[in-house]
Design a protein around this ligand. Structure first.
Ligand code: HEC
Ligand code: CU
Length: 401
């Protein structure tokens, strides 16, 4: 039986070792750290970090050095009497007041300089409007007139001006490799400028950095950086309307366009009302609105191919109530992510699942099982979609490249 001391030693060692092992868990998009800077802003932040770090280290060494030296040098020895009693030392007191004040002034000057750079007014920037939702990100490119979700592409070496907003509670926008963190606040626009300096093809991770409710931990996002010509190609793809499966003519879409809009308006009204009381959209209210809208749609799926069936189910199952797909009649709602090019994303559900068929099925089968309390799960429950419907919708969503 090892002694208590030995046992606590073992426990301590295993904690240290497992912490180190976990910290080393290799995910390519990590580390999410300013030390792995890939943009001008993170470079500036790092340039501010180092001088402050070295100054802090010097203070630490001096203070603790003097402390340790005094402890050793002036410790009490046998037969020591009472030491000389003194009060005050003007010279030392002046020194320890002026030296820290100087250090603080230096830090202030450096910090103001960096802040000035970070908060500059960019010339001819690319605009991106970011809206934080519980718990996913919406990205709008106003100059290009398209909306996407959870994944951003940016052009290399160009200032991007982000306008941050929130649809519900306070979120925080943070790509550690590119910039610092800025809050997305309801009813108030915040601005962030980012100029990426490296091409990023393997998307890099960012995250909501302000606790925003139940599954805040599952509110990631990804960014890629492309040379300008490739960025234009990507933007053109995102602008183009969604593909329509063979065998479907636009006229077949029998959801009155009003339905999608009504559902959206109602859900937004509920959301605004409850925002006043600090609540999120009540799941039951959304479900009621949804059921009413769903009952108003009359189409019966008749398609032969899974893609065409999925296309029809997208309206009969009421997905149009929450999702926009450009070119799909009636699908204009912005309660959930824009799905026009969902197949072109590397991940779905705010960076939580790689965008594979299996994960898409998993999400559609039971959204709440993947991400508890999310708005879609208030309506689409386990069993809402039959297996063949999940298959068909997955097949259709796959065509949205
Ligand atoms: C009540 C609103 C609502 C309804 C109805 C709804 N969704 Fe969603 N959907 C959402 C929300 C909100 C999200 C974002 C979830 C998250 O990541 O937190 C989402 C996410 C998704 C995603 C992942 C998108 C991405 O890029 O991450 C897909 C795919 C999707 N929904 C498909 C569907 C389909 C198909 C239907 C119909 C069967 C449907 N949704 C019905 C609100 C809804
Ligand atoms: Cu958040």
């Amino acid at each position: 039986m090892p002694s208590l001391r030995k046992r606590s030693y073992l426990v301590l060692c295993s904690i240290v070792i497992s912490t180190l092992l976990l910290a080393a868990c290799g995910i390519e998009e990590l580390p999410q750290s300013t030390f792995s800077k890939q943009g001008y802003e993170s470079e500036q932040i790092l340039e501010l970090f180092w001088p402050i770090f070295w100054m802090a280290l010097a203070v630490f060494v001096v203070v603790n050095g003097v402390l340790l030296a005094s402890i050793v040098r002036y410790r009490r020895r046998p037969n020591d009497g009472i030491p000389v009693q003194l009060h005050g030392n003007t010279r030392i007191e002046l020194a320890w007041t002026i030296a820290p004040a100087l250090i603080v002034v230096v830090i202030a000057v450096l910090t103001f300089r960096t802040q000035g750079v970070l908060e500059r007014n960019p010339e001819n920037p690319l605009n991106v409007t970011v809206t934080g939702h519980q718990w996913w990100w919406e990205f709008e490119y106003p100059e290009y007139n398209f909306v996407t979700a959870n994944e951003l592409m940016l052009p290399l070496n160009r200032d991007v001006l982000f306008t941050l907003r929130s649809a519900d509670v306070i979120h925080s926008f943070h790509f550690p490799r590119l910039s610092g963190t800025t809050d997305a606040i309801p009813g108030h626009d915040n601005k962030v400028v980012i100029r990426p300096q490296e091409v990023i093809r393997e998307l890099v991770r960012g995250h909501c950095k302000e606790f925003c409710g139940g599954t805040h931990a599952m509110m990631a996002m990804h960014v890629g950086v492309l040379p300008p010509e490739e960025f234009e190609t990507w933007a053109e793809l995102q602008q183009s309307p969604a593909a329509v499966p063979a065998g479907i003519s636009q006229a077949d879409a029998s959801v009155p366009p009003a339905v999608g809009a009504t559902v959206e308006a109602t859900i937004e009204a509920v959301a605004t009302e409850e925002q006043a009381t600090g609540d999120e959209v009540a799941a039951t209210t959304v479900a009621t609105v949804f059921a009413t809208a769903n009952a108003a749609t009359t189409a019966t799926p008749t398609a032969s191919s899974p893609e065409a069936l999925g296309y029809q189910l997208f309206q009969t199952k009421g997905c149009v109530g929450c999702h926009a797909i450009q070119g799909y009649p009636g699908a204009v709602s912005r309660v959930g992510p824009d799905l026009t090019h969902v197949a072109s994303r590397a991940n779905i559900v705010a960076g939580w699942l790689p965008n594979t068929d299996e994960n898409m099925r998993r999400w559609l089968r039971d959204p709440n099982d993947v991400k508890p309390e999310n708005v879609m799960g208030a309506v689409i429950k386990r069993g809402t979609l039959k297996d063949n419907e999940v298959e068909a919708l997955t097949a259709y969503l796959r065509t949205l490249e």
